[in-house]
Design a protein around this ligand. Structure first.
Ligand SMILES: *[C@@H]1O[C@H](CO)[C@@H](O)[C@H](O)[C@H]1NC(C)=O
Ligand SMILES: *[C@@H]1O[C@H](CO)[C@@H](O)[C@H](O)[C@H]1NC(C)=O
Length: 348
């Protein structure tokens, strides 16, 4: 049975990248990756069941991990200097889980909370929301929280269906992806005001499903980039400083089943492929991708969902990855079963 063989839940990995950054042309870059697949080591393995969905790295190097199986945000030490600490929990009846997380001001984060959705990502109950986590009030000493992070509701978004990725537009505004509806909200994190900022054809899920369109979001050089999970693309559109489109959208590269993604400073893109258990790499300016870690026949990167580079000089070349432990494989197999009549989930 597929799932029982994937019960071991690996949930945060460090991926060692070549120490030399990528200064030259793509062909040099390829040579500077010493061997593929690149080495992956476990930072922390969470108890079953746990689905790590997204990551934000604090300026001090610690990692905030969102959980999708239950609405929680957990603080993880990349060096295991302390055991994971639960920073925030929400009502698990009202929310399916926590997803995108993005820093707006020093140690202040906005995090997406999903309403309950069914296996086709159709909202069944509850109201999607965005919350603020202020880590400036958090203090931890000798395995005891001496002062909590301050968690507050930024806004509910009743018109949203399945909120997923998030990115920071400026110190006041974040952009949040609605993967089911295929559009992006702009949220004022001070007032809670929100509106659909970008609604683009390349954000829509494929008509045959799965019902996951726009997923991860990143802004770079006045372009909004996003993955479309169902279609299998990384896309971009030029945006104004107000977060609205100021050009036509285009496909940057095709990548099968992309989840959230991350840029390296040189423009390279690393794309976790949750449903394939792989991590792909798009060289700066390239339109093709290369698998650099994981495989669909391995649990090494089972259900890899998102990636962030370290922020310290000691780990700025290290890519941290969150994984679901492969739970998504089962979910997607269920969808495939329904759509094209496969009787089982295959040989994984
Ligand atoms: C949790 O949410 C459910 C559903 O919205 C609600 O009925 C319940 O009262 C909430 N529980 C708490 C402790 O707020
Ligand atoms: C932190 O919040 C938890 C949960 O609300 C509470 O039980 C605990 O007493 C708080 N800790 C401090 C130091 O205020």
């Amino acid at each position: 049975m597929l799932f029982s063989s994937l019960v071991t839940v690996f949930t945060a990995f460090a991926l060692a990248l070549p120490a030399v950054a990528f200064p030259f042309a793509d062909r040099f870059l390829e040579k500077r990756i010493p061997a593929l697949p690149v080495a992956v080591t476990t930072v922390h393995e969470f108890a079953f069941p746990s689905w790590c969905e997204n990551l934000a790295v604090r300026a001090n190097g610690q990692i905030l991990v969102t959980r999708l199986d239950t609405p929680e945000v957990i603080l993880v030490s990349p060096t295991n200097a302390f055991a994971p600490v639960t920073i925030a929990t929400w009502n698990a009846t009202a929310y399916k889980g926590a997803l995108g997380i993005t820093e707006t001001n020093a140690d202040i984060f906005e995090v997406v909370l999903s309403a309950n959705v069914d296996e086709d990502f159709v909202k069944t109950s509850g109201v999607p929301a965005v919350y603020k986590i202020n880590m400036n009030t958090f203090a931890y000493s000798g395995s005891t929280i001496t002062s909590n992070a301050t968690v507050s509701l930024t806004t509910e978004i009743p018109t949203a269906d399945f909120l997923n990725g998030a990115t920071t537009l400026d110190t006041i505004h974040v952009l949040v992806a609605d993967a089911y509806n295929g559009w992006v909200y702009k949220v004022n994190t001070l007032t809670g005001a929100y509106s659909i900022a970008i609604d683009n054809a390349l954000m829509k899920h494929p008509s045959g499903g799965p019902n996951l369109g726009v997923n991860g979001l990143k802004i770079r050089n006045s372009y909004l980039y996003w993955t479309n999970t169902g279609v299998g693309t990384v896309n971009k559109i030029k945006i104004t400083s107000a977060g609205t489109a100021s050009g036509a959208s285009s496909v940057v590269a095709t990548v099968s089943r992309p989840d959230d993604f991350i840029f390296k400073s040189n423009g390279a893109i690393f794309v976790p492929q949750n449903q394939l258990d792989e991590l792909s790499y798009i060289a700066p300016g390239a339109s093709t991708s290369t698998v650099i870690a994981g495989s669909s026949t391995s649990t090494l990167l089972a259900g890899v969902t998102s990636a962030q580079f370290g922020r310290l000089s000691s780990d700025s070349n290290r890519l941290y990855l969150a994984t679901s432990g492969g739970k998504f494989l089962l979910l997607i197999c269920d969808i495939v079963t329904k759509l094209i009549g496969h009787r089982s989930c295959g040989a994984d």
